[in-house]
Design a protein around this ligand. Sequence first.
Ligand code: ATP
Ligand code: MG
Length: 466
Amino acid sequence: MNTISEQRLVGRLPKSAWTVISTLEAAGYEAWAVGGWVRDGLLGHDGHDVDVTTSAPWQKTESVLRAAGIEVHETGAKHGTVTAVVDGDPIETTTYRVEGSYSDMRHPDEVRFVTDVREDLARRDFTVNAMAWHPERGLLDPFGGRRDLEQGVIRAVGNPTERFGEDALRILRAVRFACRMCFAIEPATQQALVACAPELDLIARERVGQEMDGILKSGHAAWALRSEFDVLARAVPELAPLRGFDQRNPHHEFDLLEHTARTCEGVEEFTGGCAAQALRWAALFHDVEKPSCATEGEDGAWHYLGHPTESAKTARRVMERLAIPKGECARASALITLHDRELSASPRSVRRLLAAIERLCPGEAPQLAFELLDLMRADLLAKGVPEAERLAQVDAFELALRAELAQGATFRVKDLAVSGCDVMREAGVKPGPAVGEALRGLLDDVVAGKVPNEKGALLARLRERS
Ligand code: ATP
Ligand code: MG
């Protein structure tokens, strides 16, 4: 066990937060740093925003801080929150409160202000998030959060079933914090997670999306797939068919859920734990429609024709429903669409792949091509059977990709040595959609190596065509 002393917090509080706390206290109120900053600080991590909790009603917080020359914004006054800005640092300052239900992304529908900080801490979700710190009064930890940090445990404050009943989002938050901190979930809290998972159906989809995104961002989605699948499959029902799906194919050792978990692990391994977020989403969903695409071959093995396209469609639909930014949805969907493509390390094949990515995600082809190769590697390793030859193909392709990019590969219309004007003026193409068509046709020819990317040759090719 790793001993965690509150001494770790001494001297850590940023000056801006101390200004807010001391100004409120000089006016006769009480104030503390609370939540994520205390938790992360005890773990020795800097950089989390400081949230302040105070006995001052928010109107008083505002007037006291403004009288001291501090800029204040009413960012969530209905819920007791104002944001003070000190030396450019935003400090969310919230009146001690207890709360009712949540129906939007972040804020409870109604709150009741209270006078005792302990009541405020008691409404918080997990013991590790329910501690307050004051530079003079020290750590206030009524629920054993410091001990749970030492032991690496996520434990609900109070009765877990009641707490998840109040706000089912806490179920996903538990999984996200466990993933992020590599913590275990305490047994009673775990039981309640599973028992209450159906209540996730009531949670706004974008709140679910934020938590799913956080679980993926932790880099430990594989743990969540293996240990908390009941929760994940309730949050995203499209994942449910992964569990227990036997791929019945000599190229696969594991069921689809374990294969997916290994693919999620693999993308982290190949990127040193810094996988792009779209790559993480792609790993999660890359084979999600295999069960619906399964057909039995004459050899008795099962095949999954068309599963990349179908999985990409499902991924995009789910991600859009969860309000994941559009660009992320498009990138993940492109990676999934292409994840099963055969690779050969020729310049032509490299240009073809770049052009295919460019059509799906304009302007992003080079970056996504490297991400795609990491997805392919992770997918191959996750099969659990030796795939040395195919892994070597991916490596060879990567070398060819680097070489082709270094010499200015042609894979976009704008890379062509002719413009729309050239096409109209010198090859007599009429203005309108025909210009774009002509350029795209030329691009296909250059990508395929049928004509060099030189102005004279391209115009000759066009004239020859018309
Ligand atoms: P993160 O690093 O993810 O932002 P955080 O601890 O700051 O972690 P927030 O979501 O910003 O988490 O919330 C701040 C604090 O508010 C939490 O530490 C917790 O005490 C409390 N909190 C937030 N959401 C809930 C919730 N749904 N139920 C109960 N308490 C919550
Ligand atoms: Mg926070």
